[in-house]
Ligand binder design. Structure first.
Ligand SMILES: *[C@@H]1O[C@H](CO)[C@@H](O)[C@H](O)[C@H]1NC(C)=O
Ligand SMILES: *[C@@H]1O[C@H](CO)[C@@H](O)[C@H](O)[C@H]1NC(C)=O
Ligand SMILES: *[C@@H]1O[C@H](CO)[C@@H](O)[C@H](O)[C@H]1NC(C)=O
Ligand SMILES: *[C@@H]1O[C@H](CO)[C@@H](O)[C@H](O)[C@H]1NC(C)=O
Ligand SMILES: *[C@@H]1O[C@H](CO)[C@@H](O)[C@H](O)[C@H]1NC(C)=O
Ligand SMILES: *[C@@H]1O[C@H](CO)[C@@H](O)[C@H](O)[C@H]1NC(C)=O
Length: 556
């Protein structure tokens, strides 16, 4: 049996509310070679990990009992925040904190502009830290033809005054992209789109397994413009090797039309979401929300797909962002545009145990305001439940990247975790930080405790339920943890049997289904936002998930 040092409760002074705040020092520390009794290379002793597991257990009970876990998890430490404040994001990737430009040209003069950038980090030890891909458009008598270019990238200086930019370190290459015409008569809005347009609006992202995937638009098979998915390793042969994902099977070997029960004339900006079991789903629209299962894709031909979610209107927290303009005569319209791919975020700091109650999916959408005098975008994070059908549970306010201004046409194209270059902790270690065994045991205990459906986790509710709970394996007549430290090992063993009765196998083969190196991260991990500027240029910012999700609005 493992000996449990209760004294750590009072020494550390941690409380579970700190699990979700930046001042949660213990877990935010970078790996150190501490010579303490620690068996952990993250600087945490076994005792600290156990205290943390108990705190998380207590927090998890509150999350399970809540109708809206996000109410408990959302943090706003900015005293000046109002419901209309922008979220001003300062980039981590350079000393000035400003949005950095990306240059794809390779000793090029008079090359076309590259926009819709997608940057992915290579694993540590690669020759260059980033892979970059962007769209370029070539004019042809007013009708544009689109192409995709890519290269390996690193930080460098602009030619003029030496601004810090991300630039190509290898020659810019063009992707060989299959092209065809849309069926005659399908492009009623803009008939010229029927001709082969080439690829538009690429979104490159990792699946939870690490497949580098691209969603991209081009001519339709049955409509004017449609949305396709392909494993980028099919178009860039050495990418798998360089990303160290060469061993993964390739599922999308050719441009594969994404499923929808009914295709509109022009489809754009779809994104994929992965649930807690790793199943993929495609979201087509936020307003009149529409979604279907990625598993229903069968090569290039798609059978009729029943939408999982159909006709659900956007929650008020998003719908009300569409505003009447001041000068009503000037108004054309404003649209909600889906923007980026999705990522999975656990709303506490490493190594808190990811669960479906503390973990969400995020995606950036934009509202495009059109008037006769100006067009501009505002950007927001949409926060969704991590399990299908991915209920929308929150959003942030307008994101402003330091170094840009509101009138620049800033479109956030895609995002990716930059664990390779910015992560300050080791990868998730199931056995060390609370293996699945422990978590399962907690959840079993929880089911026992919550059989009587406690809705209000008040002190009174807790006490009355504890004293009347005779079916549980644990005699729950303990005082509240945070009020009064436990005094005997026996009492703790009774309250938290999972720490004592379940052997912690260091060689555990259990895997937390939410944690992985590609799709998932914690609040203290860093996200790359890839940004299109005025449909002419590309930019990048690096932000902590914590900053991105500060002061969010919980959608009711
Ligand atoms: C930690 O250990 C590694 C490998 O043993 C060593 O290279 C490094 O210098 C150590 N760091 C500190 C801060 O002691
Ligand atoms: C912010 O709150 C004020 C006052 O309650 C309200 O009038 C306004 O519409 C709100 N703005 C947004 C964007 O929700
Ligand atoms: C479709 O339109 C193209 C260009 O106008 C034309 O060359 C082609 O014959 C048409 N195909 C059919 C089946 O009508
Ligand atoms: C919502 O989408 C369905 C098709 O999925 C369509 O039939 C319906 O008209 C749409 N409703 C609105 C209000 O746009
Ligand atoms: C997500 O939904 C599941 C199932 O309804 C729920 O148990 C969980 O608490 C939710 N998570 C959040 C963060 O809202
Ligand atoms: C794990 O280790 C224990 C003893 O250290 C051993 O009995 C057990 O068979 C191991 N399990 C696996 C799956 O390797």
């Amino acid at each position: 049996m493992l000996v449990f040092a209760f004294i750590t409760f009072t020494i550390t002074g941690l409380s579970y509310s700190n699990l979700i705040r930046s001042e949660y020092v213990a877990f935010a520390q970078p790996p150190s070679n501490s010579s303490s009794t620690s068996s952990s290379d993250n600087g945490l002793t076994d005792e600290q990990i156990k205290v943390s597991v108990i705190q998380q257990y207590e927090l998890n009970k509150r999350l399970v009992a809540s109708d809206s876990p996000l109410d408990i998890l959302a943090v706003c430490s900015n005293p000046l925040h109002t419901n209309e404040s922008a979220v001003v994001l300062v980039s981590e990737n350079g000393p000035e904190g400003t949005l950095a430009r990306i240059e794809f040209e390779w000793f090029g003069l008079n090359t076309p502009a590259q926009y819709n950038p997608n940057i992915l980090p290579y694993p540590p030890g690669a020759a260059h830290p980033y892979f970059g891909l962007a769209r370029q458009s070539l004019g042809n008598g007013g009708i544009k033809h689109h192409e995709l270019v890519y290269c390996d990238m690193n930080w460098g200086l602009s030619k003029g005054i030496g601004r810090r930019i991300l630039k190509c370190m290898t020659e810019t290459q063009k992707i060989k992209f299959p092209e065809w015409r849309s069926p005659n008569g399908t492009c009623l809005w803009l008939p010229y789109l029927e001709g082969a347009n080439g690829p538009s609006d690429p979104r490159v992202f990792f699946s939870p397994m690490g497949e580098p995937l691209m969603i991209v638009g081009t001519n339709g098979i049955r409509n004017c413009l449609s949305q396709y998915i392909i494993d980028l390793r099919m178009m860039i042969p050495d990418l798998g090797e360089k990303m160290k994902v060469g061993h993964l099977p390739i599922r999308f070997r050719e441009l594969t039309e994404l499923p929808r029960d009914y295709y509109h004339e022009v489809e754009k900006n779809w994104f994929v979401m992965y649930d807690d079991k790793g199943m993929g789903f495609v979201q087509h629209d936020i307003e009149n929300r529409s979604m279907s299962a990625l598993a229903d894709v069968d090569r290039v031909t798609v059978a009729h797909v029943e939408n999982l979610v159909k006709g659900e209107t956007a929650p008020n927290c998003i719908a009300t962002l569409k505003k009447e303009y001041e000068e009503i005569n000037d108004q054309i319209r404003n649209d909600i545009h889906q923007g980026t791919n999705t990522l999975r975020v656990t709303l506490c700091e490493f190594p808190c145990i990811p669960t479906i109650h503390n973990t969400v999916l995020i995606e950036l959408f934009q509202i495009k305001y059109h008037s006769y005098l100006e067009v501009f975008y505002r950007r927001y994070v949409m926060v969704m439940n991590a399990t299908a059908p991915f209920q929308i549970i929150g959003r942030t306010n307008n994101l402003i990247y330091a170094g840009s201004d509101e009138k620049m046409m800033i479109f956030t194209v895609s995002m990716v975790w930059d664990h390779a270059n910015f992560r300050r902790h080791e990868p998730w270690n199931e056995a060390k930080y609370g293996g699945r065994t422990i978590w399962d045991a907690m959840e079993d205990q929880e089911v026992d405790e919550y059989e009587n459906s406690i809705k209000d986790f008040t002190e009174d509710g807790l006490e009355s339920s504890e004293s009347s709970d005779s079916g549980s394996s644990a005699p729950l007549d303990m005082p509240e943890l945070k009020d009064q430290p436990l005094t005997s090992e026996m009492e703790a063993a009774a309250k938290y049997p999972f720490l004592y009765n379940i052997p912690i196998h260091r060689n555990s083969t259990y895997k937390n289904p939410l944690a992985n190196e590609y799709y998932h991260g914690w609040l203290d991990d860093t996200i790359i936002l890839n940004i299109g500027i005025n449909d002419l240029d590309s930019g990048i910012v690096h932000v902590k998930a914590r900053d991105l999700l500060a002061c969010m609005t919980v959608c009711k």
